[in-house]
Design a protein around this ligand. Sequence first.
Ligand code: ADP
Ligand code: MG
Length: 294
Amino acid sequence: MSLLTRARAMIEADRKLTGTEPVAAKKPPTAPARVIAIANQKGGVGKTTTAINLSTALAAAGHSVLLVDLDPQGNASTGLGLARNARGHGMFAVLAEGYAIADTVRETMIPGLSILPADPDLAAAELELVSASHRETRLKAALAAWGALPHHDFVIIDCPPSLGLLTLNGLIAAQDVLVPLQCEFFALEGITQITQTIEAVRKRLNPALSLHGIVLTMYDRRNNLSDLVAEDVRGFFGNKVYDTVIPRNIRVSEAPSHGKPVLLYDWKSPGSQAYIRLAAELVERMGQASGRGA
Ligand code: ADP
Ligand code: MG
């Protein structure tokens, strides 16, 4: 009898004796999802594009992902093929009307990626919630009530271009903030505001929150300014800045009008390849080497 066979026989005998499963057969406890808010109070810096394509690339790599569209413009919802009139109840219903997430979550065309869409009323949420109780913690509470966190590897929140109540809900539900930064002249000035906000929220409302990283977007290698900005931001924020840089790429901007992430629209394009690398870098930085069940 080989050593291995003997060891197996002993474990088996012990299991029968004690009536318990051998330790090796126990499943590791399931870790809760990493909740990542994609935020920057500036509009047009690539938040929504990053939310759509990072979520898609993570799902394509076998992770289970929930995308939360917190922007009243609903571009993340449209960009994933959910036309405005086909969305039903969305984040306004959840935040302001007490709808359960289970009644609003939708599957997307990408296996492993579901979405909580924005609804046309979401713009009214900022006002509607002003005098409401627990107004800043509603997203966090709704996610917890649904039990979303143990079933997903990642929850990605696309925040609107402002630091109002919707973004605040995103920052309180999240542990990590990923800040897209457009490679342009005033990039560094703009980022001070979001880093100060993260700090204020961390101190007063959500001690678990941190600036996870900064991703440079719309990088144009023909433009010297892009390099100067990238150098500046790396000099200031060091390794918080992702190695992966998202290039300015026409295919990225065309994809939403086809209701698809760029990975489905043209997976060979430089934009798609960059978002695949970004997802891999994010997983590596978060120390989550493999998808759940993979
Ligand atoms: P935000 O959500 O921060 O307002 P968006 O993701 O909507 O920004 O991007 C603003 C505009 O820039 C959109 O028209 C989008 O298609 C375009 N865009 C974003 N990223 C890229 C890119 N890498 N290359 C080309 N166009 C891009
Ligand atoms: Mg947006």
